[in-house]
Write a protein that binds this ligand. Structure first.
Ligand SMILES: [Zn+2]
Length: 115
């Protein structure tokens, strides 16, 4: 039955859920920074330099920004990807659960008529 297929698909998603604590939410941007530290010669010269910045948004429009050192950017890129994968899996499970909320007979009947 439809319901059993949905539950089986949901069980598979749960078993494959890419759970890790190495996650971070936000957007990674490249920016020219000219005032990241007084001791920075490139900033003092006005030339500035490229830095990766992680921007995290919160409800209400508040944002936090984290300037990343060179070696941290690849790590943040991996953590962002981990977050996206986990979020996509959770969303897919929610979509299956929406199917389970529909009345079984009515849904099966209307689908059969359409086909
Ligand atoms: Zn600098």
């Amino acid at each position: 039955m439809r319901r059993e297929r949905v539950v089986a698909a949901r069980d598979k998603l749960l078993a494959d859920l890419p759970v890790t604590a190495e996650i971070v939410r936000g957007s990674l941007l490249e920016r020219t920074v000219r005032n990241h530290a007084r001791s920075c010669a490139k900033c003092a010269s006005g030339e500035g330099h490229r830095m990766s910045v992680l921007t995290v948004s919160y409800p209400g429009g508040r944002t936090r920004q984290f300037s990343l050192r060179g070696e941290t950017a690849p790590q943040v890129r991996r953590w962002l990807a981990n977050y996206q994968r986990l979020k996509e899996s959770i969303e897919a499970i929610c979509e299956l659960n929406h199917e389970l909320l529909r009345p079984d007979d009515a849904a099966a009947g209307s689908r059969r008529k359409r086909l």
